[in-house]
Design a protein around this ligand. Structure first.
Ligand code: ADP
Ligand code: MG
Length: 503
């Protein structure tokens, strides 16, 4: 997917405020009605329509009128919100070229203010799992917040948490720098995926290193589940780095042995084919060995002394809770069954990358968060997100003379450091922790709902008159949509699920 970050420089504070409002609305709405967006964004001088139009133009939003009229974020819109937050936090200051594309992710080079280059992974859950999402509709129905935004965010959080925990236990993984929404920032691995390597000085040593990693992870209670030549990076000194963790499971998973054997088998097959290493045939007899994994004998899952819950503390520290694990697991249940039945085929084609998202309950420590319902959690995060994305303020419109002046000479260079610098100056957007802000948000929301149910004239309709200087056909379309929306809301007062899911 193309990530044209160039557009970022043209977006104003209001643009981000409205974009964030759509994101908040999507916690409870598949499609967010313009009326609600307007109420949440509460732009000081109105003009939500105009902003919506601008966001549509840049493909940050999608307009949908199939069921009822409204908007939803596109991946690009979500990307921008995450990137902006990371810029505000001072984690990155520019985005460079794309360095990897997975079935459910895009990876870019990014740079810090001081020029250090990092890797940014944008999760795109739903890109290949759309059918799975659809088949889970019944489950998703009462919680529209379980959408791709939410799932991609969970995948990113899980990857970040596991990477950090593995790093802390001395595993060769990228340094987990930060995580926001569906985006993980990590150190850039200097090397190539093993699949691209045709020759090795010491294939035996590399093989043994890799197999010992699978065993050591199992000893720590974990199975990678997608451990193959695509997710192992190797540098010029033949040092190995593991990547890609959103599908990891606990050794207590009911299919743990199968996943473990599959990871092992992938490595054996690859080294045998690519580097002509020879191994003992995988038979029951060869398995009944002394358990020595160094001698080309497949390590046995049953012979590994596994410690479950070893990394729980670290995972919880990164904010990845048992509840998150349960949520993502519920979503992927269907895939798991499918995966089991087509296991043979998948190892053959070494395309485990695709069936990545099979997750297990890890024995995470009990979190206070577990007692919080998803919607409650959503409300709290809602305010945080608004403040995060909104607080970075006015992004001055780039004047033409500055265009082309970058300090990051990659493909789509963009100096977004100004976003960061502007952070301090913003006094207009409320503090994320401010109880007044939370209160005012809830009040606005309640008013929006009352407005729709009561059918009274809203500030949005007033704004639409203000906007008529531009090409107003779109505005009138929106206005018509609002009328439809109000009519729809009135005629469906008994089933307002899509509009207001009782939060
Ligand atoms: P997916 O989950 O979509 O398979 P991966 O995490 O495996 O995504 O990344 C896809 C590709 O992006 C990798 O094969 C690798 O080439 C590149 N890549 C990912 N992370 C890094 C990194 N930290 N440093 C350098 N390249 C990376
Ligand atoms: Mg991968």
């Amino acid at each position: 997917m193309k990530l044209d970050v160039d557009v970022l420089r043209y977006l104003s504070k209001d643009d981000f405020r409205v974009l964030t409002a759509v994101e908040m609305g999507m916690r409870n709405h598949e499609i967010v009605p313009a009326e609600l967006i307007d109420r949440i964004a509460a732009l000081k001088h109105g003009g939500t329509y105009k902003v919506l139009k601008n966001l549509l133009k840049h493909k940050l939003l999608h307009h949908d009128s199939s069921k009822y009229d409204g908007f939803r974020l596109t991946y690009l819109g979500y990307d921008f919100l995450a990137i902006k937050t990371l810029v505000n936090r001072g984690v990155i200051s520019s985005v460079g070229r794309q360095i990897g594309v997975g079935k459910e992710s895009d990876i870019f080079e990014v740079a810090k203010e001081d020029g250090t280059v990092l890797a940014m992974k944008l999760h795109r859950l739903g890109r290949v799992s759309f059918r799975a999402v659809k088949s889970k509709r019944d489950y998703l129905r009462h919680r529209s917040s379980y959408n791709w935004l939410y799932l991609s965010r969970l995948a990113a959080l899980k990857e970040f948490a596991f990477m950090k925990a593995l790093e802390e236990h001395g595993f060769p993984v990228p340094n987990a720098v930060d995580c926001n929404r569906h985006c993980v920032v990590m150190s850039l691995v200097q090397g190539y995926p093993l699949v691209q390597v045709k020759e090795l000085q010491n294939p035996d040593t590399v093989f043994e290193t890799i197999i010992s990693l699978v065993v050591r992870m199992a000893e720590h209670g974990l199975i990678h589940c997608d451990f193959n030549e695509f997710n192992i990076m190797i540098d010029d000194n033949e040092s190995v780095t593991m990547i890609d963790f959103p599908q990891m499971v606990s050794v207590s998973h009911r299919n743990a042995q199968m996943y473990f054997d599959r990871d092992v088998e992938c490595i054996f097959k690859f080294f045998s084919k690519r580097f002509n290493l020879s191994f003992e045939e995988h038979t029951e007899e060869s398995d009944v060995s002394d358990g020595d994994s160094d001698a080309g004998v497949r390590p046995r899952f049953s012979e590994i002394s596994k410690v479950t819950g070893f990394l729980d503390k670290e995972l919880a520290a990164s904010g990845f809770t048992r509840k998150d694990q349960d949520d993502i697991e519920k979503f992927t249940e269907g895939d798991l069954e499918k995966d089991l039945s087509s296991d043979e085929e998948e190892t053959e084609t070494a395309s485990n990358d695709a069936n990545a998202k099979h997750l297990d309950s890890l024995c995470l420590v009990e979190q206070q968060e577990q007692t919080v319902t998803c919607d409650e959690k959503g409300e709290a995060e809602k305010n945080q997100q608004f403040a995060e994305a909104g607080q970075s303020n006015e992004i001055e419109t780039q004047d033409a003379s500055k265009k082309g002046k970058w300090d990051f000479p990659y493909c789509t260079p963009l100096d977004i450091s100004r976003l960061h610098r502007a952070k301090e100056e913003d006094k207009e957007i409320e503090d994320e922790d401010s109880p007044e802000f939370t209160k005012s948000l809830s009040k606005q929301r309640r008013r929006a709902i009352a407005a729709v149910h009561g059918g009274r004239k809203t500030s949005l309709s007033r704004n639409s008159y203000k906007d008529k200087g531009g090409k107003s056909s779109h505005n009138s379309k929106l206005q018509k949509a609002i009328v439809q929306l109000v009519t729809y809301a009135k005629s469906h007062e008994d089933k307002p699920r899509w509009w207001f899911s009782q939060d």
